[in-house]
Structures are given as C-alpha cells and as structure tokens.
Ligand binder design. Structure first.
Ligand code: NAP
Length: 306
C-alpha cells in the first residue's frame, strides 16, 4: 500500500515526488511517456522560471528529473486505465497491474486543442503541426502561419521567425493574450506579419501536403488564402482529466476543481498543475502546486488512522 500515487511527471508531478520523498512518504510517480517533463519538453526557451533564465524546456525537465532521481523518488512507466475510490483505500489500475494507495495526486497536465476545421486532420503531420520546436526545422526559409494569440502561439512564432522566411500570426482579435515580454520579443522580427481579426477557415493542400491557410476577416467579412507550407496550431489546451470525472468535480472545461491547497471534492484525491482550476498556468505555478499538494497530502494522512 502506497501513501501516495502521483499520476503524471510534468513539473507538478516531479515537484510533488521530490516533496513526498523528503517528507518520508511511500510514494510512486506514474508516467506514461518514456521521458519526464510533460509539456515543457517541447518548449524551446523558458524565460520566466526564476534562476534559470532562457533555459530550454527539455533541459529543465531533465534537471528536475535528475533532482528527483538523486533523492530516490520511485518512478514507474505505466498508462493509468482506471482509478477507483474505495474510501480510505484507492485503487489505481494500470495496463500492467493494480496498485493500492491511501491518496492520489492527479498531475496529468493538459494537451493541445484542435481547430476542428476542414483539412486539419487530413494534413496533420503534412504541414499542420501542434509543436513548433518539434517540427519547425522542416520549414527553414519557408513561409508558415501560427494560429493563436496566447503564450504558446507567440513563443512558437518567435521560434519560427528565427529560421522561416515569413511567419504570419493569425489571431481572432486585435490584442494578444500572451505576456508583454513575449509580445515585445515577437515585434522585433521584421519577417513576422500580424493577421489581426482573422479566424482560420480551412487548411488548403496540394499533392498531399499543406499549401495554404484560408482565413476569414471578421471585420469586413471576406476570406483570403495565406500561401504557407506550414500551419502551427496553438489555440489553447485541454486538461487531461478524462476518466477521472466520476471521482472528483470538474468544471465545464474539464479542469479538476481544486484550490491552492490542491484538494479536490473527493477526500484523499488531489490535483496539481495544468489539470486543476487556476488562473495562471506556468512552470512556476505547477511547481508551487506540487509543493502545496504534498502539504495537503500530509495533513490528510495525519488526520486519519491507518
Ligand atoms: P491560451 O493562453 O488559452 O491561448 C489560446 C489562444 O488561442 C488565444 O489567443 C485564443 O484567442 C486563441 N484561440 C482559441 N480558440 C481558437 C480558435 N478556435 N480559433 C482561433 N483562435 C483561437 O493557450 P496557450 O497559449 O496554449 O497556453 C496554455 C496555458 O499555458 C496558458 O495558461 C499559458 O499562459 C500557459 N503557458 C505559459 C507560458 C509562459 O509563461 N511562458 C508558456 C506557454 C504556456 P483569444 O485570445 O481571443 O481567446
């Protein structure tokens, strides 16, 4: 019987593992990928994590994992299939086995949203991408479009502007949601063109690959085609909470409802990082959640007789 099973090994899960180990809990981190780090693995540069300015996301993930390994945190690679709440005992079913635990921390993060427009599925991997740092190198000296106005879209546009000939940033409003520092960096590039007030309509293809992006001008009601060979979709994230809705309350977008103490509506279940309801989703806040969650787990364990 574990004291705690942590599902997910992004910044929230890794921090929780470190804090749990230091608190002397019998804890296990379950990760479904062969690499820890979650979404930051695909982030080219992180400029706002204190003390490590400009660090590559992959490197930061490695550092966090090394820290956990040095302390002796237990990891297992497994896909969680089901979680059962039997009161004081919880069951975590993976593809390999069933694990028993007193508490569970959901640190499952989030994944990218899709546009759901014609051509998106057809040209996914053939010009349509959800990860600029993974696929950007294929578009050296080519024209590309980035869709979205959040931190991810603007980080992607900056990354692509360094090597692509032209980068269109297609945004449905005339104001970006991204942090001011990122906006300032983006506007330094003269090969970036902002396409304000436009929504994506269709991915256009030729010979089995992307050749353009049809966009709709919301202010004058006309459509135009941007001739690009790559379209990078960065229109937000979806929480990885599927299958856990029967355990604890989720909001209408699927985020697990939990405050700063990471306690969910179900006793013994906690949620940390991007999967929980919160205002700011960043590495720093995920790490903060990981620490807070363990304080709550310890409090929960101490108030019960086992
Ligand atoms: P986000 O902040 O939710 O931004 C999504 C963007 O896509 C918004 O600009 C939104 O437009 C636009 N959008 C949504 N649906 C659309 C649609 N159907 N068609 C066209 N545009 C659409 O998401 P994100 O950039 O993926 O970031 C996810 C979370 O991670 C955020 O909380 C973010 O702050 C965090 N993050 C932080 C950092 C950092 O701190 N450096 C880096 C990466 C991510 P509107 O603006 O009009 O809503």
């Amino acid at each position: 019987m574990y004291d705690l099973i942590i599902i997910g090994s992004g910044p929230a899960g890794l921090t929780a593992g470190i804090y749990a180990e230091r608190a002397g809990l019998k804890a296990l981190v379950l990760e479904r990928n062969f690499m820890s780090g979650g979404q930051i693995i695909d982030t080219y540069e992180i400029d706002n994590y204190p003390g490590l300015m400009g660090i590559n996301g992959f490197d930061l993930a490695q550092k966090m994992r090394e820290h956990a390994d040095q302390l002796g945190v237990a990891f297992k690679m497994a896909e969680v299939q089901q979680v059962e709440d039997l009161g004081d005992t919880k069951k975590v079913h993976t593809s390999e086995e069933t694990l028993l635990t007193k508490t569970v921390l959901f640190a499952t993060g989030a994944h990218h949203s899709s546009l759901n427009i014609p051509g998106e599925a057809e040209y996914a991997g053939k010009g349509v991408s959800y990860c600029a740092t993974c696929d950007g190198a294929f578009y050296k000296n080519k024209d590309v479009a980035v869709i979205g106005g959040g931190n991810v879209a603007i980080e992607d546009a900056i990354f692509l502007a360094r090597t692509c000939r032209k980068v269109y940033v297609v945004h449905r409003r005339d104001q970006l949601r991204a942090q001011k520092a990122l906006q300032d960096k983006l506007f330094e590039f003269d090969n970036v063109e902002m396409v304000w007030h436009h929504t994506p309509v269709k991915i256009v293809g030729e010979d089995g690959k992307t050749s353009g992006l049809l966009v709709h001008d919301k202010s004058i009601g006309t459509d135009k085609c941007l001739e690009v060979s790559g379209v990078f979709v960065a229109v937000g994230i979806v929480p990885n909470s599927k299958g856990y809705e029967h355990i604890c309350a989720c909001d209408q977008k699927g985020y697990i409802v939990a405050g700063e103490d990471c306690r969910t509506s179900a006793p013994g279940f906690f949620a940390a990082g991007d999967v929980r309801t919160k205002e700011v989703r960043q590495v720093a806040t995920a790490v903060g959640d990981g620490a807070n969650a363990i304080a709550s787990v310890e409090r929960y364990l101490n108030t019960r007789k086992w």
